[in-house]
Write a protein that binds this ligand. Structure first.
Ligand code: GLV
Ligand code: MN
Ligand code: MN
Length: 407
């Protein structure tokens, strides 16, 4: 918990926690985590995508590697547990082994991913995508709000954008990827459980919409001859809300909205907004996205504004591996807690890692389900349970491994 507090001091903004991909603030957080990894007996390295990786060797060279981890970047004005907690719990688990001088048969690799939130460049999972070999070359020319390209940002961070393919982790020796994360929703609190086991991560579609109307004088252009881009955007924002409210299980959000030229006495000429649509069922999500595209076309046509849409990213729902779900449930039970399964509406690095290895996730209860907000909070006792469950999981996977007779 002290380490979560310490990491919260590494921020780009005074008075708020904002730690975006490849920023000096992320570098300082990553340096602190590297020290904790080394102190826990891990060998530490960074890859070309800015991910930090600590490796704790196993006792049996042929027994493979289990990946643990989460991300160190944050949204704007974030809480201090989203991502960081999972990295620190993983290091805590290794520390406990090291303190007992214990080696599991398999090695552990703790990944502190450099980007999961996508806050800086608008496309999420940059760090884990590189590890999974799914980093798209075209992303390098995306620009942040200050006009810096991703390629330049990586160079400034000390990484070589031309060497990104080297960040790919070969999956052949991987036993799986296990991520501990705060729940970011209300389910565990309502069910009175400190932790829960994730069965799947919801699919997401994100795209940008630009509405191009006509700017003009706020005092002279008659209402009937206006093509106000913001008024069109306002209708679209409500359509996004309607799409979600009328479909069970769907959530949809407009989280970014920019208006230009942006002056009190000028009719908005262009409005640019982001749309984020999620559902546990891929067909339900596709249906909602298609309806929204139709609604946007209708709104734009009726108001005589031009509509341009641009995809950001998309992924289908990702199921966790049944064997890891069951192993986590056994670990939860042996900690004296009745297991509870839940679906994650939030995206996680496990989405990318699922293309490389079996994935499993353990959620930790958070107060009021609040996340992506500075009020995010977890109880120390719940974090202790997560550490215990992760320790139990490692022991059980090690026991299973010891039963396998290798030639
Ligand atoms: C990540 O936090 C996401 O689900 O947007
Ligand atoms: Mn987040
Ligand atoms: Mn997260």
């Amino acid at each position: 918990m002290e380490r979560c507090d310490a990491l919260a001091a590494f921020t780009e903004e005074d008075g708020a926690l904002t730690r975006r991909f490849a920023t000096p603030a992320l570098g300082r957080a990553s340096d602190a985590v590297a020290e904790w990894m080394a102190a826990a007996g891990m060998t530490v390295r960074r890859d070309a995508a800015g991910n930090l990786i600590g490796r704790y060797e196993g006792g049996d060279d042929g027994a493979g590697t289990l990946m643990l981890g989460s991300h160190l970047d944050t949204v704007r004005d974030a809480g201090r547990y989203d991502g960081a907690l999972g990295v620190l719990v993983a290091i805590g688990a290794v520390e406990r082994l090291a303190a007992r001088d214990q080696r599991l048969p398999f090695a552990l690799e703790v990944y502190a991913f450099s980007d999961e939130e996508g806050t800086r460049f608008g496309t999420a999972y940059l760090g884990s995508a590189a590890v999974a070999g799914r980093f798209e070359e075209a992303w390098l020319s995306r620009r942040d709000g200050e006009g810096t390209s991703m390629a330049d940002a990586l160079r400034e961070y000390g990484c070589d954008p031309d060497a990104l393919s080297g960040a790919r982790r070969d999956g052949a020796d991987l036993l799986g990827y296990v991520e501990v994360h705060i729940e970011q929703g209300p389910v565990l609190e309502e069910a009175d459980r400190p932790v829960g086991v994730v069965e799947a991560i919801a699919g997401q579609t994100r795209f940008d919409v630009e509405l191009r109307g006509r700017a003009g004088h706020a005092g002279t252009v008659p209402m009937e001859s206006r093509h106000d881009a913001l008024s069109a955007a306002a209708e679209l924002v409500l359509a996004v809300e309607e799409a979600a409210r009328s479909r069970p299980g769907l959530v949809a959000t407009v989280g970014e909205l920019t208006v230009r030229p942006g002056a009190a006495n000028v009719i908005p000429g262009t409005a640019r907004l982001s749309v984020d649509v999620r559902h546990g069922d891929d067909d339900a999500r596709a249906d909602a996205v298609a309806w929204l595209r139709g609604a946007a076309d209708r709104i734009a046509a009726r108001r005589g504004v031009e509509l341009v849409t641009e995809p950001r990213f998309e992924h289908g729902a990702v199921p966790c591996a049944p064997e890891l779900i069951e192993a986590l449930e056994r670990a939860v039970s042996s900690s004296g807690i009745e297991p509870l399964r839940l679906v994650s509406g939030a995206g996680h690095d496990a989405v990318q890692l699922a293309s490389l290895a079996s994935v499993g996730m353990l959620f930790v209860r958070c107060a009021g389900g609040v996340s992506h907000d500075p009020a995010e909070s977890v109880a120390q006792e719940d974090v202790a349970v997560a550490l215990e469950v992760l320790g139990e999981l490692l022991e059980s996977l090690a026991d299973r491994d010891r039963e396998v007779v290798r030639p």
